[in-house]
Design a protein around this ligand. Structure first.
Ligand SMILES: [Zn+2]
Ligand SMILES: [Zn+2]
Length: 259
């Protein structure tokens, strides 16, 4: 059926039942179904952002956690994870919401690669529920989403980290600066590389937008969706320090385990 004909039929039908709001919602559900970020099924009723039965599926990171990167630790008496005792990261401190397990991995992959932008509502809500207090206490001057290379942005249509940063920023009243950092060379997918290869792959991957002369802020919070070895966040932090930023924090939707 021709697209215009379909739209015409839908609009006539919508007008006919416009007095019955419920019916309209059902049509919207049919045309643009909202999916659950956990199980991927269509959510009903539409105003929910996650199925009631899926609410506690993702593992929220609890104490003990690493004082530097926020990874969950195995033992109470540990202060830092294995990586943070070995590596001297450029950032000050970071926080993460969920353990990056197979459920979270699937959800984020659908969010990014299958354009499930509606998942961001649940992600933002949960980040704020667990970390609003910390973000307000740190009170960074700006939130900086980890940038995508512009060809990747074009292909995907949105930057997942930017979407998260905007939701967080709106709620806590902190501006988002998405054009300060730029991803300059096209890096290889990090997944198949080992730690050393990852760090090397990211060296020189970020730079500051030349339209800024000096950093107009001293304290920033980076925002990203996944923290695994920390090399992406740290490559950003290194560039920020070089341009005069003094304190760098991060918030990540998910993180690997610290053991
Ligand atoms: Zn569900
Ligand atoms: Zn750590």
């Amino acid at each position: 059926m021709h697209y215009d004909t379909l739209c015409c039929i839908i609009s006539i039908y919508t007008v006919n039942i416009s007095k019955r709001g419920e019916e309209n919602i059902r049509i919207l559900d049919y045309l643009y179904p909202s999916r659950c970020p956990v199980c991927g099924d269509i959510i009903s009723p539409r105003q929910h952002i996650v199925c009631p039965g899926c609410v506690n599926t993702f593992q929220v990171i609890k104490e003990p956690k690493c004082l530097k990167c926020g990874k969950p630790l195995e033992q109470e008496e540990q202060e830092y994870c294995f990586d943070c005792t070995k590596i001297n990261y450029h950032y000050n401190r970071g926080y993460a919401l969920w353990v990056y397990d197979k459920n979270v991995r699937k959800s984020i992959a659908n969010f990014k690669f299958h354009n499930r932008r509606e998942y961001s509502k649940y992600y933002i809500q949960e980040i704020l529920h667990y970390y609003k207090k910390e973000i307000i206490t740190i009170s960074p001057e700006v939130l900086i989403p980890v940038p995508l290379h512009k060809s990747k942005l074009k292909e995907r249509g949105f930057n997942q980290a930017d979407l998260l940063a905007r939701g967080i920023g709106e709620s806590v009243g902190i501006p988002v600066v998405e054009d300060y950092l730029m991803r300059c060379n096209k890096t290889k997918a990090q997944k198949r590389l080992n730690d050393r290869e990852r760090a090397k792959n990211l060296y020189g991957a970020f730079e500051v937008n030349p339209s800024y002369s000096t950093a107009p802020f001293a304290k920033v919070m980076l925002v990203d969706d996944i923290y695994t070895t920390g090399s992406t966040i740290d490559a950003c932090a290194e560039v920020l320090l070089r341009t005069g930023v003094k304190e760098i924090y991060f918030i990540s939707l998910s993180i690997g385990k610290g053991y």
